[in-house]
Design a protein around this ligand. Sequence first.
Ligand SMILES: Nc1ncnc2c1ncn2[C@@H]1O[C@H](COP(=O)(O)OP(=O)(O)O)[C@@H](O)[C@H]1O
Ligand SMILES: [Mg+2]
Length: 248
Amino acid sequence: MNNEQVIIFDAVSKSYPLYHHITGGFKNFLFHFPRAVSQMKNHQYEALHEISFQVCRGETFGIIGKNGAGKSTALGLIAGVLKPSKGTISVKGRVSALLELGSGFNAELTGRENIVLNGVLLGLTRVEVMHKMEEIIEFSGLGQFIDQPLRTYSTGMMMRLGFSVVSSLDPEILLIDEVFAVGDMEFQKKCMDKLESFKKGGVTIVYVSHGMQTILQTCDRVIWIENHRVRMIGSAQEVVSSYVDAGL
Ligand SMILES: Nc1ncnc2c1ncn2[C@@H]1O[C@H](COP(=O)(O)OP(=O)(O)O)[C@@H](O)[C@H]1O
Ligand SMILES: [Mg+2]
């Protein structure tokens, strides 16, 4: 690991509009439309508040925190799927992301067709996906299910498919949103081995998980997000023990 910073968050805030927050009822909303709209704009929900951190090239960086803390929002911002409301973000390198389960999948398409769809969404050409197809199917261990529509898959099977596509890529920065938890032990082991080989290959990894054991095993440093703010940044050991001590 060197000290080149490849991900820099500088006082980043992300707000979502609170559309359901229509105060005086819907009729009132329509009659006072301009005012209602400006009122809505003022009703923002802040999912992240002035978050600053840096990740160095080749580092494995964990993000922990309770549900709703803002972890997935942080990953979405790194991936460029979301834009910050305030602050600046700098990301240097080719990003591959395994974000929330099932995003980028289509339930009516087969596993095989979804590999193509996902590969293309992740920046490969169709021909590139075809070249990697057998390797991806092999890694997924889905066997004959690969030609069944995705709606027949369990969450574990969808996770297998998603990770298999991502693991066939050649990322510089890899983002993973707590997906391993739903798989069986054998596949989890396979994923961890794959992560380990990405690490050895110098890939920068940002990893969201509730599994403190995995965080300790894989991460160099960890950020703990609480109530949409940075509670702590430090070595995995240090942050995980404070988190566990806090009884979360
Ligand atoms: N698209 C959205 N629109 C409105 N609110 C959102 C949206 N996505 C997330 N939120 C809210 O932002 C907060 C942080 O969400 P998220 O980043 O998904 O948290 P985590 O991944 O830590 O569970 C949550 O309170 C969530 O309800
Ligand atoms: Mg999340």
